[in-house]
Design a protein around this ligand. Structure first.
Ligand SMILES: NC(=O)C1=CN([C@@H]2O[C@H](COP(=O)(O)OP(=O)(O)OC[C@H]3O[C@@H](n4cnc5c(N)ncnc54)[C@H](O)[C@@H]3O)[C@@H](O)[C@H]2O)C=CC1
Ligand SMILES: O=C(O)C(=O)COP(=O)(O)O
Length: 631
């Protein structure tokens, strides 16, 4: 049983951004934290996309923007807005043309520099003072860029869909969030695909060039009709399905191949999903709409061209790299492929003497799929909101290398996120020096269906709590799992259903650390693991159990845990020692196994007691062991 002496608390103060969190100079500067700031919350941002879809851009969870102090050359300073005024303004580098509306959003929040056509050295030189980088498809965000950023870069925003120009693995390792703008250019890309399809079939580009060269070649440029022909859409995602819809409107028979698409979604558009071989063997026209990944790289090669219907026509507005371009030239030369219409190339821009570009049966555009005024305005707003949200510590709905936690789940989990990090921090401090933590088990007790509990955020924060105090790593939701793996730390999870209120997502969280010695033997449970359990009370994290002992102490400030022989006067004695040194006690709680037997006293203190004070506590005869823990 636990009893507690509680000083009055203002619970909302837990969420107020503390001065220390803004001025802390080192690690946390660069971490995206996902702690709620109830007093500073704002509505969910919305964006009307080109398709008039209202998409949620970010969740209402906010956090400390741990931006670095200004050190570099000044750039495009604008007046600060309300929300950012307490913090140094983040620096945002825009390395490719971005719509004005998006730039306005960015300028309302940070200092924006637009610097186009940077060499990779120039980009690396600039990046070390930037909090965010916004790119399109033309900027290679390589590992070198993340290395040069030296941990300052918090977010890369890709103003468009394809993120094949961003080294995601490196971004994740460096804890840098990558967000994209996946919806605003869908229609533009689909329209461009259809434009190329029709232009190719009717030789529009060649005929235009011919007439401008003074010729009138009506017989040479006889085309082929689209109506009644079979179009294979390869990649039935956002763009692919819009192309399919439009092609059906042109009277084409549309089939699609996509290993991950749902058949009923395709049926809804009147499209049959077919295996890869069937798609390429039966199509008169093939339109490519898959991402460039290791699996799709050069998917269209000598072997696959050989399986196509002779005289097939190919459109590519996806990525150049999905086609082996030399093989396509060979297929065009032999007539296996009659024509190709290409918006994208393995190397952009392609070499001037590219045989493919120069081929008479090929028409080309310089990666214009997303280039409509409407789409560019849309992606600019979409990415600017995502980047600003990320810089504020919000989880983005378009995060590419972090789990997307729905806003409603996130706001419900907010206090548990704080609890999780504190339990991690406490746990690691209980481990006796020298023993490396290799195995942690987290037990979530919940009254809800365990499948309803999304624990990724909680696990990430426990990992953060465990690793950050003992290493130079900056941990956030982006790199928590990666860093744990790197350090050989295995985190397993268990969800246990308990009889508690289903109103709350979690009743308690227990962190068990196994295979280590403890500084505080009483924190070791019967199983031999260090065990600490916490819960959220009135929105505030509390420690509820240490080893086999129940306690009830708010996890704020610092904590002293003492094991003692249960006897009268203990609280007073320790309280006096602390009082003499002007250390303010915020909470006290005693948990015992039985009357007058062993007890644990948990004392929350606002200040850090000095060594002498701690020694005096240790000298109290009934105290058998004690530990001071920083939260
Ligand atoms: N040319 C341009 O300016 C633009 C190009 N794009 C490119 O178009 C492509 C599609 O974009 P979205 O439709 O927005 O992406 P999406 O993610 O909505 O769709 C991609 C689809 O490809 C499918 N896929 C993955 N691997 C596949 C495989 N091996 N075979 C067949 N399908 C596969 C996925 O299941 C998904 O349904 C991307 O490569 C994107 O970068 C997008 C916008 C503009
Ligand atoms: O969104 C995409 O995937 C695109 O390819 C568009 O590229 P861009 O932003 O026009 O360089």
């Amino acid at each position: 049983m636990a009893s507690s002496i509680t000083k009055p608390k203002i619970f909302s103060s837990l969420f107020v951004i503390s001065p220390s969190s803004t001025s802390q100079p080192s690690k946390s500067k660069n971490s995206l934290s996902f702690l709620d700031n109830a007093s500073n919350s704002r509505p969910i941002g919305t964006l009307i996309s080109r398709n008039n879809h209202v998409s949620q851009r970010s969740c209402p969870i906010k956090s400390v923007l741990e931006a670095a102090t200004a050190t570099a050359t000044e750039i495009d300073k604008k007046p600060q807005n309300d929300t950012a005024s307490e913090f140094p303004r983040p620096r945002i580098l825009v390395s490719e043309k971005l719509g004005e509306a998006g730039l306005e959003v960015l300028r309302g929040f940070g200092d924006v520099e637009c610097a186009y056509e940077l060499s990779s050295d120039e980009l690396c030189a600039k990046i070390s003072v930037c909090d965010a980088l916004i790119v399109r498809s033309g900027t290679k965000v390589s590992r070198g860029v993340f290395e040069a950023a030296k941990g300052k870069l918090k977010v890369v925003g890709r103003a468009g869909v394809g993120i094949d120009n961003v080294d995601l693995a490196a971004a994740t390792e460096f804890g840098c969030l990558v967000v994209n703008a996946p919806t605003a250019n869908t229609v533009a890309a689909a329209e461009h695909g259809i434009a190329l399809l029709a232009a190719m079939a009717r030789n529009v580009a060649q005929a235009d060039a011919s007439i401008k060269a003074g010729k009138w070649q009506r017989n040479k440029y006889v085309g082929v009709s689209l109506v009644g022909k079979t179009l294979a859409v390869m990649g039935f995602g956002k763009v692919g399905s819009e192309v399919a819809r439009r092609a059906k409107g042109l009277g084409m028979h549309v089939i699609a191949h996509d290993p991950y698409a749902a058949a009923d979604r395709a049926r809804g558009v009147g499209v049959e999903l077919v295996p890869f071989e069937q798609a390429i063997a039966t199509a008169d026209f093939i339109s490519l709409h898959m991402p460039l990944t290791p699996a799709t790289s050069k998917l269209f090669n000598d072997e696959t061209f050989a399986k196509m219907k002779k005289g097939v026509r190919i459109v590519n507005v996806a990525r150049g790299g999905v086609i082996d371009e030399d093989a396509l030239v060979r297929a065009l030369d032999t007539g296996v492929v009659a024509q190709a219409a290409l918006d994208v190339f393995t190397e952009e821009p392609p070499p001037k003497d590219s045989k493919l570009v120069q081929h008479e049966n090929v028409i080309v555009t310089p990666h214009l799929g997303a280039s409509t005024k409407e789409a560019q305005e849309g992606v600019a707003i979409e990415i600017a909101e995502a980047v600003v949200g990320a810089l504020k510590g919000e989880l983005s709905a378009t995060a590419v290398n972090a789990p997307m936690v729905p806003p409603e789940v996130l706001s419900e989990l907010a206090p548990y996120v704080t609890l999780a990090e504190k339990l991690g921090k406490l746990g690691v401090q209980l481990v006796a020096g020298g023993s490396g933590i290799k195995s942690v088990k987290v037990v979530y007790k919940t009254a809800r269906d365990p499948d309803d509990l999304d624990t990724r955020l909680l696990r990430a924060m426990i990992t953060k709590g465990i690793i950050e105090p003992i290493s130079a790593s900056i941990i956030n939701l982006v790199n928590a799992d990666f860093t744990a793996k790197q350090k050989g730390l295995r985190i397993s999870e268990e969800r246990v259903v308990v009889d508690a209120s289903p109103e709350f997502p979690v009743d308690s969280i227990e962190v068990q650390i196994s295979g280590v010695e403890s500084k505080f033997a009483s924190s070791v449970s019967e199983t031999g693991d260090i065990s600490i359990e916490g819960k959220v009370k009135y929105g505030v994290p509390y420690l509820r159990c240490v080893g086999g002992f129940s306690v009830d102490v708010s996890l704020e400030g610092n904590l002293i845990l003492c094991r003692q022989v249960d006897q009268p006067g203990m609280i007073g004695r320790v309280g006096n020692i602390l009082g003499e040194q002007n250390v303010n006690v915020s909470f006290m709680s005693v948990g015992r196994t039985a009357q007058r037997k062993k007890a644990i006293m948990a004392i929350g203190v606002d200040e850090e007691p000095n060594k002498e004070t701690l020694t005096k506590i240790g000298q109290v005869p009934a105290i058998e062991e004690f530990v001071f823990l920083k939260l």
